[in-house]
Design a protein around this ligand. Sequence first.
Ligand SMILES: [Zn+2]
Length: 472
Amino acid sequence: MTLLIRNAHAILTGLPGAASRHAGPDMRIRDGVIEAMGALSPLADERIIDARDCVVYPAWVNTHHHLFQSLLKGEPQGLNQSLTAWLSATPYRFRAAFDESTFRLAVRVGLIELLRSGCATVADHNYLYWPDMPFDTSDIIFSEGEALGMRIVLCRGGATQSRAIEQDLPLALRPEGFDAYMTDVERLVGRYHDSRPESLRRVVMAPTTLLHSAPGAQLREMAKLARRLGIRLHSHLSETVDYLDAARAKFGMTPVQFCAEHDWLGSDVWFAHLVKLLPEEITLLGATRTGIAHCPQSNGRLGSGIADLLALEKAGVPVSLGVDGAASNEAADMQSEAHAAWLLQRARKGMLAQPRYEGGTFEGGADAATIEDVVRWGSAGGAQILGLSRSGTLQPGMLADIAVYRLDDPRYFGLHDMAIGPVACGGRASLKALLINGRMIVENDSVPGLDLDALRVDAMAAVKTLQQRALA
Ligand SMILES: [Zn+2]
């Protein structure tokens, strides 16, 4: 069974340099894999997607999310707080309020929001685990992903020790035992982890916040177990200056040095944020090929800053994009995230301008990131970081994870180069099709069988329920 994407107006591939665009205009998909690209004649009985006036992208790979937060958007107590105060005000205050049905609904809302932005793969950093938990959040994430046909990388978060902000709070905020954590990671790997390239289920070792979630000796054991099991490692790191202060006060070293001391650097490791780094930390991350999940919208919303992707990429750090949780990013979709990454890298460079009479040689920040760079970070970069060897780029032999954007909103009218529209114009372009492993998951901008209006009503009711149950 083959499928032909025909007459695409433009194709971005996720590859670097001259290969970032392909003339197409056609792509043939056979058995879930891109078989050919070029001028192709339709075969008899071949299914055809008419991509005239459409722009084709590799489906996005989102490398950092917290799906449970999808019902915590714009929560007033945390809306104008920086990271630490926001953590107490929103995610921690609402944590115990989730039950099986609200958790499942939050996951579903988040996955559908991502799908409709053209995203195929999500690495969900789930940290809703506590002792004697009455429902299995890991299983819910995998089953909701499976129902939609998405590629799910479960980053098994959690903590084996408490932070000060968690003291005197209910069971749902207490840490797990170290043995219970390790046993559960092994259980999840045995039950769900599929290391084949076309896999829709992966598991990652991901204690929530490396500096705070477990003692150093345990972090070393976690890294050892992950490498024995052949899974990747992920955590939050250096989102704000608090990380530098905490690492110096607690351990007498920088956060990245702390990672090095505990075997938490390498091409199988990636960290969310990396906003506040010292130059020697960037060098060490690059030398070890440790990756970044860049989350510009969340970093902006929380006032944390803007990661220096130029310096990181130059040092050798693999770069990817993540939307982070919706409690700190009300537009938790990959098109918005890519748009923000594009603008903010340019703004960041522009902010370094010094007047020429003070010796400045500033030439402008507009060369900080091209649309092709941002697409590469959001697709190929993510696939590399997650170890998905046949996802993230559009070329023969790769899995058919493909977004076909229609650009039928006035926002996209008048473009001289339609290829850049989905990122440069922002917003959410309607999807002619989203394919994952060659399967049509979104068709003519809707998920077959999904009642969006019912989902909206359920989400409104769930927000009320959560507000009633949240801690004061
Ligand atoms: Zn996060």
